[in-house]
Ligand binder design. Structure first.
Ligand SMILES: Cc1cc2nc3c(=O)[nH]c(=O)nc-3n(C[C@H](O)[C@H](O)[C@H](O)COP(=O)(O)OP(=O)(O)OC[C@H]3O[C@@H](n4cnc5c(N)ncnc54)[C@H](O)[C@@H]3O)c2cc1C
Length: 447
């Protein structure tokens, strides 16, 4: 049953687009308010500074996307995306060892973030009850007796500032969300935050894929704690382009000048460097450093206005090196859709129940990202028992991956959020992990 009402989504990036698509099944009208002017083509936007960097859509995200937008897989491929198997078509080195390549049917549509967002935006804009409004900067909430009734909007086209009313409002405005301030303005508390920051920096550059092209579509070099803090990814995008990403942990930021970029790659892995050294660059090198894991604990607030929901990076942003943010925001939007389906047309309480459930939705991704980062920071920075345990166990899983294919396959399923993290604790996995750990010599940190 559709709610006879309007819903507003703040932010027209990935979380906002997934959410608008889901809400279109439940509301008469859905309005997306985005502060940037919305491009019609494959164009970068100031409001999404990360959109020029490599973006991998995990298998779970791809599955939700295909359900929400039938036929979009073919549309992406027709636009140049590469449908790749993430273990068969990837040459990967983890913990200093090259991994065997095998077919797993864990699939992604490899393309630029710009292409993905532009196709999703076109699909959402074509929905008859969705309106995408660019140049609309939301500045606060309007409430009445504990229920949100609208948002205050500044229009960039010179229209007078005003209020847009709605019965349901979703904040999908990303890491720079002002929701904590907006809540304070209307007499509510701001949330506590958990931050786990491994001080990772990115540098990315696009190259033409050389001919003949290598046998793999993507090359991944992982970090090796405690001494190798550098990682890299070569990723095939549309139009015969490689996106080459370098990353360094603990402020070992990759340089953005040509010589420094190549030297960093060579120091990380000579084979990676050899793949790019004679390839033709087609872009500048761009850096990025706002990469901390950050969770805003809206679920802990005792008072929460009815009709208000927050999701995506606005609630929980991840260290991007694990490629989770787009997929987790799709999972959150899908969960919101399920809760609305079960609400039988009654909105009361849906928003607060969703917000209380949010930590459960993000937990598998949060544990993976933070346990890997805590290996660098020290497990004493863990804020909960599951985090501490994952911080102790996950490095042992990663160490076992190159030698134990079943551990490898299960890890890739968990990493792609298509298997629960408990799959890594199943007896057949746990005993292999522990056997490998007991057989290996402990690695000594460099002095
Ligand atoms: C360098 C980097 C690499 C990444 N790589 C990956 C990856 O490989 N895989 C992956 O899944 N994820 C990746 N991510 C994460 C991914 O970019 C985000 O998780 C994803 O974009 C979803 O974020 P979002 O929509 O919640 O927020 P954002 O993408 O930040 O979008 C927020 C939107 O809200 C708008 N907005 C903000 N304030 C207002 C306002 N007041 N009024 C109106 N509009 C507003 C902004 O203009 C923007 O359009 C990466 C992130 C970074 C930084």
């Amino acid at each position: 049953m559709k709610h006879q009402a309007r819903a507003i989504v703040i932010g027209g990036s990935l979380a906002g687009l997934w959410t608008a698509r889901v809400l279109a099944d439940h509301f008469e009208q859905v309005t997306v308010l985005e502060r940037d002017e919305l491009p019609t083509g494959v164009t970068s936007r100031a409001g999404v500074p990360q959109d020029k960097h490599v973006h991998v859509l995990l298998e779970r995200g791809a599955q939700i996307m295909l359900q929400l937008f039938p036929g979009i897989g073919q549309e992406l491929v027709a636009a140049g995306a590469n449908r790749i198997d993430l273990t068969e078509n990837a040459r990967a080195k983890i913990r200093g060892q090259w991994l065997p390549q095998f077919q797993s049917n864990i699939i992604t549509y490899a393309c630029s973030r710009l292409l993905l967002e532009s196709i999703l935006r076109k699909r959402v804009a074509a929905l008859p009850n969705v309106e995408l409004c660019g140049g609309a900067q939301v500045q606060g909430l309007v409430t009445n007796k504990g229920t949100v009734e609208g948002v205050r909007v500044r229009w960039k086209d010179g229209r007078d500032d005003g209020v847009e009313t709605a019965a349901f409002i979703v904040d999908a405005s990303g890491r720079s969300s002002k929701l904590p301030d907006w809540l304070r303005d209307i007499g509510y508390d701001a949330p506590e935050e958990t931050v786990i920051d491994v001080k990772l920096g990115y540098a990315g550059r696009r190259y033409k894929i050389p001919t003949p092209a290598p046998s793999w579509d993507t090359m991944l070099i992982g970090v090796e704690p405690p001494h190798q803090s550098r990682a890299g990814l070569i990723y095939s995008e549309e139009n015969g382009i490689w996106m080459v990403m370098l990353a360094g942990i603990l402020a070992d930021y990759p340089p953005t000048d040509e010589a420094g970029f190549l030297a960093f790659a060579k120091d990380m892995e000579p084979e990676f460097h050899a793949a790019i050294q004679n390839a033709e660059p087609v872009s500048n090198i761009i850096g990025y450093r706002r990469t901390e894991n950050r969770m805003r604990h809206y679920e802990k607030l005792n008072r929460w206005p009815d009709g208000l929901v927050a999701l995506g990076d606005a609630v929980c942003g991840f260290n991007p090196v694990y490629g989770q943010g787009m997929t987790v925001s799709a999972m959150a939007a899908a969960e919101l859709g399920e809760m609305l389906s079960k609400s039988n047309g009654r909105l009361t309480g849906v928003a607060q129940s969703f917000q209380k459930k949010y930590p459960k939705i993000v937990e598998p991704a949060w544990l993976l990202a933070t346990s890997a980062d805590l290996e660098w920071l020290g497990n004493e920075e863990a804020t909960s028992l599951p985090e501490r345990f994952a911080g102790w166990y996950m490095p042992k899983v990663l160490d076992a991956i190159p030698n134990e294919q079943i551990v490898h396959k299960t890890f890739v399923q968990v990493q792609n959020l298509i298997a629960p993290s408990t799959a890594l604790f199943a007896p057949k996995i746990a005993w292999r992990v522990m056997r490998h750990s007991l057989r290996s010599k402990p690695v000594q940190p460099l002095a």
